[in-house]
Design a protein. Structure first.
Length: 137
């Protein structure tokens, strides 16, 4: 990113850089994308479950902490997930699974799973990811 002026001044521990208004907007978008401007960007949400996919493409809930979305909306450890928003998980690779499950906090994702002989259909609302990856179980 080219700055209008390379002149930097030190004031109260901050570095000031002069930028054109268009560069300032681009830099703001960059910070928002990095999650550094919380007021300007939606926070990344989580379904709140550890999942495991077998070589044949079958996807299972390995862990669903009770304080997170998956458990609160009815998924349990051992459930086999069949569909994510109507898409067959057996046809999704790791990247596609992440893309299907990722989303902003407060958005929804529809899950169809099997628990024993029962079909479980639920709509999860993505919650805040726990800090440091820790969950209270």
């Amino acid at each position: 990113m080219a700055f209008r002026s390379a002149e930097h001044t030190q004031e109260k521990g901050l570095v000031k850089v002069r930028m054109t208004p268009s560069k300032r907007r681009l830099f703001g978008w960059f910070l928002a994308g990095m999650g550094l401007l919380a007021g300007c960007a939606a926070r990344e949400g989580t379904i709140g479950a550890m999942l495991g996919q077998r070589g044949d493409g079958r996807l299972f809930v390995r862990e669903a902490p009770p304080t997170l979305a998956a458990s609160r909306y009815g998924l349990l450890e051992g459930d086999e997930i069949l569909l994510i928003d109507g898409r067959d998980v057996r046809r999704l690779n790791e990247h596609d699974l992440h893309a299907a499950l990722a989303g902003a906090e407060g958005t929804t994702v529809k899950i169809t799973a099997i628990r024993g002989d029962a079909v479980v259909r639920t709509t999860l609302i993505r919650g805040v990811a726990p800090r440091g990856g820790k969950t209270s179980k």
